[in-house]
Ligand binder design. Sequence first.
Ligand code: HEC
Length: 175
Amino acid sequence: MQKRSFLVSVFLVAVVGARAAPVRAEATPEAAAIERGRYLVTIGACNDCHTPGYAQSGGATPEGAWLTGNGIGFQGAWGTTYPANLRLVTQRLSEDQWVARARSAMRPPMPWFVLNSMKEDDVRAVYRFIRHLGAEGKPAPSYVAPGEVPATPVIHFEPVVPPVPGQPLVVNDAG
Ligand code: HEC
């Protein structure tokens, strides 16, 4: 009798365990999309520009600070651009608007042509992940047109001939 009730218990544990599995958080389609988005953002190098100090830290920036935008501008022939705060952009845009944005052209050095090639499911997964991280930080500074002086530090995106001691830097405009 005791043996039988033991077997019943084992059976019940097995059944309850099996029923519990599908409702585990990481098993839902939403959680799977978030996890895929996390993976794509990581290998897609989005943090390199959109997360302050990420590359300098060797990718050690905590996830809570990811994609909060960058106040250091990239300056080139296109003017000065700032990697957007994607944590706020994903709050402002619907998922479909995000997909449309990911299909459009952007200014350098945003690798928009790479994002344009991302499969729609993946673009949606990236959105789900970033939205899941929640709103954080403040918007990146606005775009500054060529010839106008930005109010922030900038990284110059122009090839420069290595300096000769005692002589001024030469910018290679042809490059
Ligand atoms: C080399 C730096 C760089 C990398 C890497 C990069 N971005 Fe960007 N991103 C930028 C810059 C700069 C802008 C602003 C472009 C502009 O002003 O037109 C931008 C803009 C954007 C925007 C438009 C935001 C808006 O306000 O509408 C989206 C969306 C975006 N990036 C997503 C991504 C994603 C997703 C990745 C990774 C797959 C990524 N970026 C990787 C630099 C980068």
